[in-house]
Design a binder for this molecule. Structure first.
Ligand SMILES: Cc1cc2nc3c(=O)[nH]c(=O)nc-3n(C[C@H](O)[C@H](O)[C@H](O)COP(=O)(O)O)c2cc1C
Length: 503
């Protein structure tokens, strides 16, 4: 291929040059072809990229197409019900609710309902009255001195660093307007989280950003300073997150700007990998005592921890230790393995941890079985972006729900899958100041507010359709599954008919 490139390239140049000398036309080509030849010679001689070595100029098209593959997929190939992690229909729903415009769907469902995996609500012929008030849940157990009346639906952990400054500010203003909380993520509590006056759940990860000493260890003094700020309503210890359980946080070098490095107390422009485990405690007893320590340092604010379930015996052991020590977290956040992230190793995203539904069922059952369910609120996160998914999570055992990517969509995220390389085209998940300018804080904070309000209203409507007055009355029995119909239909066909069709 290389040989052909040079032979045809030189021939083409000679022909174009001859035409130019004779007719005075083709000056541009006389300039461009030698440039391409020089690039071609360089590529043919370099030893890093096999494609460019073999196809010295055409090879660039591969890189170009690879770069715009997500856009081609999304704009030209994807159907409304396709698209991962979120389908076009799901994304559109969030956009419409965020813009506060009609989100109804025409003509009927596009889903195949006659399938084992179908799940639907068993509506009642006596629907309840739709509650116009948005549901709230009180968080705070027996040792909590400052219980928090939280919205049932809140913004899941996303750090400043993975999100842009404008995104963090827009969420915070939206949270203030809608009276719900924003979880800071493990990147620390920053001025942008405090600027809008919205409620905050401050997350403490293994990097202890914002509450670490010079050696990177947990600093009780620094923690206490921030934990006692009035905006901070709850504190969450991050044990793991669904997209990369067992792996620490990842801040790619491209997003580790001077500003972020200063906030986190790290070297700028380097990849920051938080350790997979905590230094502040080394075992289950240590975790329980850490909860008590944070509660004391924060003067009794609700303290909880977040994890993706892996080894179930470990979770059971934590619960037994809570009972033995008589120390309980005020809440536990369960993140499904299908959860999102700014950046994660593919193996961890695809192959570690328990998905949301079984994890939630397991945690709820374990707490009920040990008779401690009433002491702890369960918060669920994992692709919760609609009224239906909220009700579903509540039915499986959650008291409250968090959403990360739902709120990203409300900010204008188009699922470009560029959170990790600082090139997010909508300014949501980038530190590039130019791109960030695209995200206008005042406009997007309104969208955050509307998305929250309209989604919870939809959950209220579904609750009423199921004939229930309160989310506390919801359990798994309000849902039906496709495989139930499978068994039903079996019983409608007598054996004799089955035999006939077999022949
Ligand atoms: C951009 C981004 C950054 C995130 N950062 C954090 C984080 O700092 N700490 C954490 O516990 N989870 C983090 N998560 C996970 C979310 O909080 C959430 O648990 C997960 O995405 C599931 O919710 P979702 O399906 O609504 O996105 C992040 C997710 C995204 C998309």
């Amino acid at each position: 291929m290389r040989k052909k490139f040079f032979i045809y390239g030189f021939l083409l140049f000679l022909i174009v040059f001859a035409i130019y000398l004779k007719t005075d036309r083709g000056f541009l080509l006389v300039i461009i072809i030698p440039i391409l030849l020089v690039i071609g010679i360089y590529n043919a001689l370099q030893e890093k990229h096999a494609i460019l070595r073999n196809f010295p100029v055409l090879g660039y098209f591969r890189y170009l197409f690879e770069m715009i593959a997500p856009e081609i997929q999304q704009y030209f190939i994807e159907r409304s019900t396709d698209g991962r992690p979120f389908s076009r229909n799901q994304r559109s729903l969030v956009y419409q609710r965020a813009k506060n415009i009609d989100s109804s769907t025409p003509f009927g469902t596009q889903q195949n309902l006659n399938h084992d995996s179908y799940e639907g609500i068993k509506h009642s012929i006596f629907p309840a009255k739709v509650n116009e008030e948005l549901p709230r849940v009180l968080v705070g157990g027996k040792d909590c001195k400052q219980p928090y009346l939280a919205s049932l639906f809140n913004v899941s952990a996303m750090s400043f660093g993975s999100l842009s400054e404008n995104a963090v500010r827009a969420i915070n203003i939206g949270a203030k307007k809608g009276n719900f909380y924003q979880n800071t993520g493990e990147g620390g509590l920053t001025e942008f989280h405090l600027a809008g006056g919205g409620d905050i759940t401050w997350q403490i990860g293994t990097g202890y950003f914002g509450c670490r000493d010079a050696e990177g260890n947990f600093s009780p003094e620094k923690f206490s300073e921030k934990a006692n700020l009035p905006n901070v309503k709850m504190i969450e210890i991050k044990l793991s997150q669904g997209a990369k359980p067992g792996h620490g946080g990842v801040l790619p070098a491209a997003k580790n700007t001077e500003q972020i490095a200063k906030i986190r107390g790290v070297e700028p422009h380097t990849m920051i990998l938080s350790p997979p485990g905590h230094h502040a405690f080394a075992d289950i007893k240590g975790l329980i005592h850490f909860i008590a320590q944070l509660r004391q340092l924060s003067n009794g604010k609700p303290i909880g921890f977040k994890l993706c379930i892996g080894n179930t015996a470990e979770f059971e052991a934590i619960c037994h230790e809570m009972i033995a020590e008589d120390i309980y977290p005020d809440f536990i956040t369960i993140d499904g393995a299908e959860g999102g992230t700014g950046a994660a190793p593919l193996e961890f995203a695809d192959g570690v941890g328990m998905p949301f539904e079984p994890a939630l069922i397991f945690v709820n059952k374990t707490l009920v079985g040990l008779n401690i369910r009433d002491k702890i609120r369960i918060i669920g996160s994992g692709k919760i972006i609609s009224g239906y998914s909220i009700l579903h999570a509540i039915a499986l055992g959650a008291d409250m729900c968090n959403s990360a990517r739902g709120f990203m969509f409300s900010l204008g995220c188009i699922q470009a899958l560029r959170c990790h390389n600082n090139e997010c085209p909508t300014g949501v998940a980038t530190q590039n100041k130019m791109l960030m300018k695209g995200l206008v804080v005042t406009d997007k904070s309104d969208r955050v507010y509307h998305f929250h309000k309209n989604t919870l209203h939809s959950a209220n409507e579904l609750l009423a359709a199921a004939g229930k007055n309160s989310f506390a009355d919801v359990d798994i029995n309000i849902f039906m599954r496709g495989d139930e119909f499978g068994h039903l239909s079996d019983s409608y066909f007598p054996d004799i008919l089955t035999n006939v069709t077999k022949k």
